[in-house]
Design a protein around this ligand. Structure first.
Ligand code: FPP
Length: 239
């Protein structure tokens, strides 16, 4: 992986809604699951391109709490894909300095896969090159509910709860908020992705299906980001 970038300003943390795998497969007369496989195969090159551009954290939306409602074969296919991906790619990701994080509910994930996820987090926890945060069995509303439950369980008093304290209770605790959210596949919605954290993120949508989203597409998204005027609710400072 290379480093360095030609951009004046690069987002520290990018979130990606990897949409369009099913349509990518259908357009090729293939079953949807092969679209997800194409989607998995695209993660590594985009991760490498991200390192090259100077991005420090990437959160990818791999399986939502709502995705359980898909046909059982697709759900079990996605579970198997994650398991297989960890088995095949973990050593190489580790060797390349990738720190893997997980955002989502562990409960509901099959115990063997839970263990694989825990092992991946433990193995890579000190890596510094880039964070790959995998949102798996993730829902923004579920995340907020889980944070509230934990806050109550920890016995915090109302005055103890600030935005900063609350953010630390989210699955993403310790990770800076995303600066840029990219959605592939042509839809314009967040779909319950990082709904707290993305409060001031810039949003970029492309019709390109996720398996076809490449380095050039990422460059376009970063170019667009560079041109945005981020005010965070304030007025523009006169130059
Ligand atoms: C949306 O495509 C994609 C998902 C349901 C999640 C993205 C999943 C992957 C890239 C593969 C799984 C990743 C891991 C690490 C296991 P869609 O099926 O909604 O596409 P469509 O809108 O064209 O139907």
């Amino acid at each position: 992986m290379t480093s360095g970038t030609s951009f004046r300003r690069v987002p520290y943390h990018v979130g990606i809604v990897m949409d369009g795998n099913g349509r990518w497969a259908q357009a090729r007369g293939m079953p949807r699951l092969l679209g997800h496989r194409g989607g998995v195969n695209n993660i590594r090159p985009v991760l490498e391109a991200s390192v090259g551009f100077g991005i420090k954290a990437l959160t990818i939306y791999a399986f939502s709490t709502e995705n359980w409602a898909r046909p059982p074969a697709e759900v079990s296919g996605l579970m198997k894909l994650l398991s297989e991906t960890i088995r095949r790619q973990l050593a190489d990701l580790h060797a390349n300095g990738v720190q893997i994080r997980h955002s989502g509910r562990m409960a509901g994930i099959e115990p063997g896969l839970q263990q694989q996820i825990r092992d991946a987090l433990e193995l890579t926890k000190n890596n510094q090159r880039i964070i790959l945060n995998v949102a798996f069995n993730y829902g923004g509303r579920a995340e907020i509910v889980d944070a509230v439950r934990q806050i109550i369980q920890d016995g915090l008093k109302p005055d103890d709860v600030s935005e900063d304290v609350f953010a630390r209770y989210l699955y993403t605790g310790g990770l800076p908020d995303p600066d840029l959210i990219i959605r592939t596949g042509g839809e314009y919605r967040l779909s319950n992705f990082l709904i707290w954290q993305a409060a001031y993120a810039e949003y970029y949508a492309t019709p390109t299906f996720w398996p076809d989203f490449d380095k050039e597409e990422l460059r376009r998204a970063l170019q667009d980001f560079e041109d945005r005027d981020r005010r965070f609710g304030k007025v523009k400072t006169p130059s």
